[in-house]
Design a protein around this ligand. Structure first.
Ligand SMILES: [Zn+2]
Length: 70
């Protein structure tokens, strides 16, 4: 029998909990021991400059067409 089990202490009430516990069994508080986020934050605030450029080109083309029609 392997009595060797990873334990951690609740940072709120100090009780010992299994390492994989995501909330305290005693005080019912979330332990929030999340692993670090994978890779770099890519979807934080993506400014889509490609779309902006495409829209700008379309506007220029429309203006050029309107000018050439008359
Ligand atoms: Zn606790």
């Amino acid at each position: 029998m392997s009595a060797e089990q990873k334990m951690k202490n609740c940072k709120f009430c100090g009780k010992s909990l299994p390492e994989e516990a995501i909330f305290c069994y005693y005080c019912q508080r979330e332990l929030l021991t999340r692993p670090e986020r994978p890779s770099s934050g890519g979807e934080s605030n993506p400014v889509n400059w490609v779309a902006v450029g495409v829209i700008a080109v379309i506007v220029v083309v429309i203006v050029a067409v309107l000018l050439s029609v008359s």
